[in-house]
Write a new protein. Structure first.
Length: 358
């Protein structure tokens, strides 16, 4: 999609009927006449975040259209483009976590700006997820764990200017033996993601207790649901960032520190949302304690570790390079097997584990 067409599209969004521009965008992509470009993503993401440019309902429509045209472009044989800057995601993540602008009382607000930034966060994560799946399926068998270097997320996290350069320059970068990435961006994003969890699940509980009669209870419930959906997306982002970093021990410590600020029920919910078996075992072992004598009161982490071990046994390729937690993970797993079942999940995992060992 050339720059003049993007300009016309953005100009049309500022009219009294932006729905026409959104419908046009969908149509030209479906017909195969044009496909989204870096510039289109940048301009429409900027519109989503802008109060002055468009109404919130139109921002939601733009978000839906972006997902739609991205999926359509991905299903075609064209060269798929992605958002080419990390900064919009970082800014949106900072805002929704409560580290950005605040209200007159000095407290971060869950208002329209918060909802707009949630849309941006979820769109970026959606694009990264689809790209991760595609790169893993195409390159993992031939390149092993180096397939991660092919992902768009990794290219955006590189500390040099490769991420915003040409495809030829990115290919040259992949050919280097040393793959540089900006771990500070990774740790920062992990921290903001966990602060979003705290804001959605813990901080709002305090506010609910202070307000016995809330006239906007329905809206608060709706905002809570939006926040919880974003929290699930953030877990997927943390898992992808964990794949990209070459400082996984530091990443585990950063996640552990963030979880330490959460209430126990929220930590448990976070552990249950994890999908990556490697991160499950390594984080659970870290939370229980890197000692064979560690005994955590939060037994759910034993379940998290056991589930990760079962997944890894079924799919060994899902393992990662962190070996310092492996011995402790097995020790905690043995302790879990010998525990009295506290739930149906515990009983099921114990039975599966025994069947695997037989």
């Amino acid at each position: 999609m050339n720059a003049s067409l993007v300009f016309d599209m953005v100009t049309s969004l500022s009219t009294n009927d932006p729905g026409v521009a959104i419908a046009t965008l969908r149509s030209i992509v479906v017909l195969g006449k044009e496909y989204p470009s870096d510039l289109l993503y940048a301009e429409l993401i900027d519109r989503i975040q802008s109060h002055e440019a468009i109404a919130y309902n139109d921002a939601v429509a733009i978000y839906a259209a972006l997902v739609f045209v991205f999926d359509k472009a991905a299903s075609c044989s064209c060269a798929l483009t992605f958002p080419n800057q990390w900064e919009p995601l970082a800014t949106a993540l900072q805002e929704v976590s409560g580290n950005g602008r605040v209200g007159d009382d000095g407290e971060p607000k869950r208002d329209e700006s918060w909802r707009r930034n949630l849309l941006v966060v979820q769109f970026f994560i959606y694009c990264f997820q689809q790209d991760m799946y595609a790169c893993h399926s195409r390159y993992e068998r031939l390149e092993g764990k180096a397939w991660v270097f092919r992902t768009r997320l990794f290219s955006l996290l590189q500390s040099d200017s490769i991420a915003s350069s040409s495809a030829k320059a990115r290919a040259k970068s992949r050919a280097k033996t040393t793959k540089m990435r900006n771990n500070n961006l990774i740790f920062q994003a992990i921290g903001w993601g966990l602060q979003l969890w705290k804001r959605v699940y813990d901080d709002e509980d305090k506010k609910k207790k202070k307000k016995d009669n809330d006239d906007n209870e329905d809206m608060s419930l709706f905002l809570q649901q939006e926040g919880e959906q974003a929290c699930l997306a953030v877990v997927r982002l943390i898992e992808m960032l964990y794949l990209c970093t070459d400082q996984q021990v530091n990443a585990l410590q950063r996640i552990q520190a963030g979880l330490g600020d959460l209430k126990q029920p929220t930590r448990i919910k976070f552990s249950q949302c994890l999908q990556s078996p490697a991160l499950r075992t390594q984080l659970a072992s870290t939370m229980i304690g890197l000692s064979n004598k560690s005994r955590s009161k939060e037994t759910e982490w034993y379940e998290c570790n056991a589930l990760g071990r079962v997944q890894l046994a079924m799919n060994p390729d899902a393992n990662s390079d962190v070996a310092h937690t492996d011995g402790y993970s097995w020790s905690h797993f043995d302790s879990f097997i010998n525990q009295k079942p506290q739930s149906n999940l515990t009983k099921l995992l114990q039975e599966i584990s025994r069947m695997q060992n037989d």
